[in-house]
Write a protein that binds this ligand. Structure first.
Ligand SMILES: [Zn+2]
Length: 498
């Protein structure tokens, strides 16, 4: 480099540093530009600490946490018209913040995190669940993995973009919502119904995925792109009852028990969709061995009538599969997780019956919780249940509406951005699209045509504590999550990178 050019470059650099330091001091007290990443990590941790300390367990609601974050955005110079605190209930307000892009014709990128958490009792925990505690390389506290960690990462990312004066191409919209654990009626569902204008987006990034640590090694990063549908059935057997000294055969408890026994052997047909096929294809290399081989056989099996362009979801009838693929499916299905990925499942979860020890029961009720593949029909699942029960005296009714949503296709742009960002940080880690066997608020967005992609931090797969006691996130994994999410936002929003 020419000495003059070098001097000029140094001067520009110095000016930039001074600007950065001045701007930084305003947003994050004590922030210096020398180690921006480290300072962002510190800011993220401070925000996580603040969020954990605000108890957002039902029925308290999460407005206090939303207000605390709103104050940070206001202090950072976000204009009032881009900070919205909205919701049907005073204690369940949602915060929606917008960082404006340069190309309003592009649909925004939506970042979503729920602020509420599930109950945590002090007496069950080793530490106070509502005080962020550091121990053995981990941060403990309710919400450290589900999902105040991600909320803190989104907040820091947006504040940092604002601080550095970065204008993304598309708007970046952050929604910190209420009521996910408690039912979502006042959170994402309310926003979609009532304030769609605020959260309209091309796609959304939220919880549901993340990296897996197997025996201390980072192996795969799961990108959640589909989720199963939640549907519960109530089975009820009734009878006039009578004295237990004069029993008759087949009282309601006995009939219900027999019905549940028959249900236990009901197995729905296996199906693959774009997401699960891709999951098995990519996991085949990670797993290796005989399981890997079975995954490959299944993922590559020719589908009936597919002819090269397979429909999004295709019935895998064992009889129509090549024998080795049918065997592979049977073997994989022995593992509960693979079984849940391959088919709709139904299982009894609660039972209730009788009214006295010395009386014949007049009523017995069981609840059967089903998790449907995204494109399975609730009517057909109900028909299959009734058929398997084979007892017209056991009444089957649905509890609530299924959270039905289409099996959204993978969004190539998102998959690419996640793959690139992961490859940059961990070249050997494979990105694997997955279908969540549980349920998140993503289902509501998927149904509304805003495809969500689930991300997250790296976590030891044998020690996941979300919703459990001593919930925790690795300090290193939290730092990495922040960096990864920021890199993905940069790519997807069209922001100039650091
Ligand atoms: Zn969650």
């Amino acid at each position: 480099m020419h000495p003059g050019a070098r001097a000029a470059a140094v001067a520009v650099l110095l000016a930039a540093l001074v600007t950065l330091v001045l701007a930084a001091d305003r947003l994050f007290p004590g922030l210096t530009s020398r180690q921006p990443a480290r300072e962002l990590d510190r800011a993220a941790r401070e925000i996580l600490e603040e969020l954990v300390a605000i108890n957002t367990v039902e029925p308290r609601g999460s407005t206090e946490a939303a207000l605390a974050m709103a104050a940070r955005f206001r202090a950072a110079g976000f204009p009032d018209e881009d900070i919205h605190l909205v919701g049907p209930l005073p204690h369940k307000q949602n915060l929606v913040v917008r960082l404006r892009g340069t190309r309003p014709e592009l649909k925004p990128l939506l970042l979503l995190a729920h602020l509420d958490v599930v109950e945590a009792r002090r007496e069950d925990w080793s530490t106070d669940p509502f005080t962020l505690a550091e121990k053995d390389g981990y941060l403990y506290g309710r919400g450290t993995t589900d999902m105040k960690d991600m909320a803190a990462c989104w907040v820091v990312t947006l504040l940092d973009m604002k601080r550095r004066g970065i204008r993304p191409q598309r708007d970046v919209v952050l929604a910190l919502t209420a009521d996910e654990e408690g039912g979502s009626a006042n959170g994402v569902e309310w926003l979609v119904k009532t304030r769609r204008d605020l959260i309209e987006a091309a796609f959304c990034l939220t919880e549901g995925g993340g990296g897996q640590i197997h025996d201390g090694r980072y192996t795969v990063y799961t990108l959640q792109a589909a989720e199963k549908v939640y549907l519960t059935f109530r089975l009820e057997a009734t009878d006039p009852g009578g004295h237990s000294a004069l029993p008759r055969r087949g009282n309601p408890i006995v009939r219900l028990a027999a019905a549940l026994g028959r249900l236990d052997s009901l197995q729905f047909p296996a199906r693959l969709n774009e997401v699960t096929r891709s999951f098995f294809a990519r996991m085949a290399d990670v797993e290796g061995g005989s399981i890997g081989l079975d995954m490959r056989r299944l993922a590559e099996a020719p589908l009936p009538g597919a002819g090269g362009s397979s429909p999004p979801s295709t019935l895998l009838l064992r009889s129509t599969l090549p024998a080795d693929a049918a065997d592979a499916e049977r073997r994989l299905s022995r593992q509960p997780y693979f079984n849940a990925l391959l088919r709709t499942t139904c299982t009894a979860t609660r039972i209730e019956g009788g009214h006295a020890e010395n009386a014949l029961p007049q009523r017995a009720i069981a609840w059967v919780n089903c998790r449907l593949l995204p494109d399975d029909s609730p009517d057909e699942v109900e028909r299959a249940l009734v058929e398997a029960i084979r007892d017209a005296n056991v009444k089957v009714t649905r509890v609530g509406d299924p959270s039905q949503g289409p099996a959204a296709p993978l969004v190539p742009e998102v998959v690419q951005a996640v793959e690139d960002a992961v490859a940059e940080m961990w070249p050997h880690v494979i990105v694997v699209p997955t279908m969540l066997t549980g349920a998140t608020d993503g289902r509501i967005l998927r149904r509304a045509g805003i495809p969500p992609s689930g991300l997250g931090a790296f976590e030891d797969i044998s020690d996941s504590r979300a919703h459990g006691r001593d919930e925790r996130i690795g300090i290193r994994q939290f730092r990495e999550e922040r960096a990864l999410l920021a890199a993905i936002v940069t790519r997807l929003s069209g922001a100039p990178s650091r």
